[in-house]
Every structure is written in C-alpha cells, then in structure tokens.
Design a protein around this ligand. Sequence first.
Ligand code: GLC
Ligand code: CA
Length: 540
Amino acid sequence: MERKWWKEGCVYQIYPRSFYDFNGDGIGDLKGITQKLEYVKELGASIIWLNPCYKSPNDDNGYDISNYREIMDDFGTMEDFDELLNKAHSLGLKVIMDLVVNHTSDEHEWFIKSSSSKDNDKSDWYIWRDKKNNWGACFGGSAWEYCEKRDQYYLHSFSKKQPDLNWENPEVREAVYSLMNFWGDKGIDGFRMDVITMISKDQNFPDGVINGEYGDASPFTNNGPRIHEFLKEMNQKSISHYDWLTVGEGAGARVEDTLSYTAPENNELNMIFSFEHMNYAKPQCENNWKEEKFALPGYKKIYKKWQEGLDQKGWNTLYLENHDQVRSVSRYGNTSNEYMWKKSAKALAVMYYLMQGTPYIYMGQELGCTNTNFNSIEEFRDIAAKNDYAVMLSRGFSKEDALRLLNLTSRDNSRTPFAWNKDGGFTTSTPWIRYNQDIKEINVEREKKDPDSILNFYKKLISLRRSSDTLIYGSFKLLEEDDEDLFIYERTLDNEKYTIIVNMSDNTRCYPVKGQVVLSNYDDSKDEIRSWEAKVIKED
Ligand code: GLC
Ligand code: CA
C-alpha cells in the first residue's frame, strides 16, 4: 500500500467558536487557536481540521458562507489566519480547512445577484424552479423558499439562509476551484468537504417518499448522477496541484460509493466520512422519535464491512465524534461514576483508533467530555436544535419530553466551550454558549496532572499508532463477531500482528492473552477482561 502522510497522521478537529477566546468577547477566535497550538502538538496530533472560519452571518455557525476569501469578524482577520498557519507549520502541524460549497449564505454576493432578477450574470448559479416539489430540508420545513423578485423558488437543502449552488453550471464549478486554489496558494494542507456528496442533484427533481410532512430528497441529492465527474474535474483543476489531505463528508455514501470516491486511480478524494456506524441505533428526533437498542454484534458488522471493503482499494476515516454528534462516552460508555467514565472513555478510544484508516479526534474527546445538561430551550444555540424542538412540540410532545430528547441528540452537546481549567478558562467574559456541567472534573489542567487521565491515555495511544506500520497499514480482521460484550480485532502486516481487545460492557469476561500487552487501561494484565477493559497485545 502506498505510504502517505495523510494516512499516518492523526487529525485533531477544532471548532473555532468554542476552543479559546483570545480577545474576551465570549467567542473563540483564530488568535486563541494560535495561542493553544502547543496543546495539540503535545497531544501528538499532526493535522488540524478547522471548522469554517470564513465570513458568515452565522445562521448555521459558519456553514453559511458569505465570502470565501475573508475571515469571519468574530474570528479575527486574514493576518490572524496567516499567523495561525505559519505557527502551525513551524510546529510541524498541518492545517485543513472546511470547504462548504454545496451551498452559500443567502448573503453571499452571488446569491444577492442571482435572486435579484431572472436575467443577470448569476441568474443560473443557484437552483431555481417555478414549482416546488415535496422535498424537505435537513433542518426542517420545505427545501424550497419563494423569492418574490423572481417569482420562483430556490432550493435549500439546509436552512433557507443556505441556498444550494447549481453545480450543473460550469461557471459555478470554476468559481469553486478558484477559491480552493486561493487557499491552496496560501499554503493550507487540504480540505474537509462539507456534504460534498450532495452537489449533484437529479435534474428531474422527482418527489420523494413522504417521511413526516415532506418528501425525502436524499435519493435524488446524495451521490447523484454527475458526482464523480464533478470530483474528477475538481481534482484536475485544484486538488492535484497540491499535496493535500481531502476528506469528503459522505452523506448516504455506501462502501461501493466510497470505493469510487477514494480509489487512488480514480483521482477524486483521499477519504470519506461515512455515517453507517454513527447512525447505528442512533436516537433521532428529526421526524418521529425513534430509539433502537444498541447491540454490539450489529455495530461490529458495520466496521467489518467498511474495513474489509476498502482495504487495499480505498481508505477509511476513523471517528466517533465531531461538531454534529453527541459525546461518545455519553452515548456508548458508562458515565455513572468517575471510575467507569474513565475506563469506558479509554476503551472507546482504543476500539476505534487502531483500525485501518485516518483517525480523527474531536476537541474534548481526548478529555472524555460528556454531554451537556441543557436546562431549557433558551440554552441551546443550534438552529437544528431549535427546529427539532418546535417540530416535537407541534407533534404533541410535552416541553419536558422534548427537552429530554434534545439533550440526548443535540449537536450543541459537543459545541460547548473547551475547558482549560476548573473554571472553564475559555473566556474572560460570558461564553456564547454555556459550559458543560462537568468542567470541574473534566478539564485540561486537571487531566494534565493526573498520569492516569484520559488525556494522558490518548497521548500513549496516538504515539503507539504512529510508531507502528502494522497499526497504520496492516489488514484488519474481526474476531468473535457475535460476542455481545467484546470487540476484538487483529491488525497484521508481514509477520507482525497486534490484537486489540475491548470490553464494551460492564461484565467481566475471559479472553486468553497471547503476547505482550503494549497498552491497557487497567494496571495488571490477566486473562480476565474486566468492565470496559481495553488491551493492545503484540504477538511475539
Ligand atoms: C454538514 C456540517 C454541518 C452543517 C451542514 C450544512 O453536515 O457538518 O455542521 O450544518 O453540513 O452545511
Ligand atoms: Ca473572541
């Protein structure tokens, strides 16, 4: 398998709004990130992914961009960005940006022009129709919004302030490649591409199957007819000019699609964030509330399928958290007391981090951050949370139930300010969103001092993977597929073999250990695999 820096590195994801507030206005900023880069370096990560920091009215926290070549006022200036990039590079850290080009903000000059009349040089840059179909938007309501000046509707897959660009128009595509090259020429190291698998729409715009009030657009927007053509063109006109990491957010991407996206000979992307493992038994309040029971064998099968499916032919991403997901230790682990919280956060880390693929850590995951107890709807900031709440109330949920379900599912769970010390230490004023209730116990200062902390465990795990070609490039084999407690897999390269054993339950189990334990979250190593025990064994 070809060696690549982006296969070997560890990506640390920073949500700029919530990492560190340098100028004390309650909002994280670029200068704040620059000041804290040593923290990322010490952790052992080698690549930083920044969520969008371009000019934006912040309807969806920066995923609604009004100027791709300027920095959001809240976050600072282009000089601040250059300083961040320079310092990161001098520390040996790479920086990838978020590319949001399925849609822009409705305040982008392209849309202002496009929506002003039916006849202007940008009139065909967005998706305009005389009649709307039944598609629903991902953030609730219809996916179409009426515009009086054109007496037409425009498509918005997300909020109505996020109109979808018309990728059928070659001028739109050229404009995107040009802005990518602008950042490439600045020296960034790649892009995470927001909902990139949605850019090619079925041009017949057929109605979708009704799901709640609206039709499901996803069969006609995800992995659409011209997607591979567009990505090949993007590769040729931009990506191939640079030594980049490219990772596409793969809404609806199956293994087969991902093989096409990531096979090196196809010249599209390096890797895809797939969702199948995240969506497994996921509590959802978008349409009708549903909660399935989590069962380990089903969960493991998903990993097996992706690991085997892409081995030697494509490349995987490994992640448990990001800015759209709840905290993994709250979702999968045991947070009933400090002891189990620590064990289970470390076990989850070992479970996902040592498979084949590029590992991603979302800020705070390395501290074992938990979900936040939001006490009222006023404490939420996310547009999706507010919409979900309104939808639930309209469907007859009580306020208490709606709040409880939102606490389990909201993206704001992972967007609360990063805790640098027991008082938070994120800002000197009031943060834009409340702190998590657990900052006294879960913060950088405390975990740095504790040799047994989750943070220090992550450091060992990151350095272990970095030191081993087998853990990076080796093949993956799932063992004990039907076991309901244990997640066990092997990584093999040439004559070297590692076995990763993780107990994903409170039960004590037995599993014979053959070889040397190179990492564990329990002190002594016996054949017993205790509650949430994780062991990495090197066969000798
Ligand atoms: C992606 C982003 C999410 C955003 C959405 C619309 O899913 O990760 O945060 O709301 O796209 O841009
Ligand atoms: Ca600030």
